[in-house]
Ligand binder design. Structure first.
Ligand SMILES: N[C@@H](CCC(=O)N[C@@H](CS)C(=O)NCC(=O)O)C(=O)O
Length: 203
């Protein structure tokens, strides 16, 4: 399998953490990509019209995106260990994943607005609106964190990657202060081999 990849992408990280947890990491070849909402990476666009990463080419040549589809594919390949097949646990895991993905989406959009968009075109209210999604998402994490102790699934993997991205790009947010249970949970989760092996580069 080939995965279009950039080390800084939290969505790519989510797929790689899943692959590690499922024992599939060695089967994935990483193909460096340079995703950009304006200067689109044409190599990625040739496979995925959205030009976004992660994009996975399976062993059979099928093109899969986005990260949720890729994680579900990997999970199915490994016999379904990160996404419960049915019942309330399934919906809990999937909603946790959606919430964490939403936090990552909002954070990535703030990053684009403040690091990619030309300064004279930036809109601070828009940045504030996206950051509020992040803080509301964090508050919801905090309500659930005490129940995550034993959970390693698509939901907690996504939450771990969202928090890792906030530490990577938004350290000044200081989210731990308002989210002590989440912080305690993340301190342990971030030490998992899958998380350590996929940590974004410094800076
Ligand atoms: N919903 C997508 C989001 C992926 C995404 O936003 N990836 C970013 C990199 S972190 C990207 O490729 N951006 C390029 C663009 O917006 O065109 C997923 O879950 O895979």
């Amino acid at each position: 399998m080939k995965l279009f990849y950039a080390a800084a992408s939290p969505f790519v990280r989510k797929c790689l953490v899943s692959a590690h947890e499922l024992g599939l990491r060695e089967r994935i070849e990483l193909v460096p990509a340079a995703p950009h909402p304006v200067n689109r990476d044409r190599t990625v666009v040739a496979s995925n019209p959205l030009g976004k990463i992660p994009t996975l080419i399976t062993g059979e040549g099928a093109v899969l995106y986005d990260s949720r589809v890729i994680c579900e594919y990997l999970d199915a390949l490994a016999g379904g260990r990160l996404i419960p097949a049915h019942g309330p646990a399934r919906w809990r895991v999937l909603v946790d994943q959606s919430l964490a993905d939403g936090v990552m989406d909002a954070a990535v959009l703030v990053r684009y607005e403040s690091a990619v968009r030309p300064e004279n075109l930036r809109w601070n209210d828009w940045i504030s609106g996206q950051l509020e999604k992040v803080t509301c998402g964090l508050a919801e994490f905090e309500r659930g964190a005490r129940g995550w102790t034993e959970r390693v699934d698509a939901g907690t993997v996504a939450v771990g990657c969202a928090l890792g991205y906030l530490d990577f790009r938004f350290a000044s947010l200081g989210w731990r202060e308002k989210c002590p249970d989440t912080a305690r949970w993340f301190e342990r989760f971030a030490k998992r081999e899958s998380m350590v092996a996929t940590r974004p580069p410094a800076g």
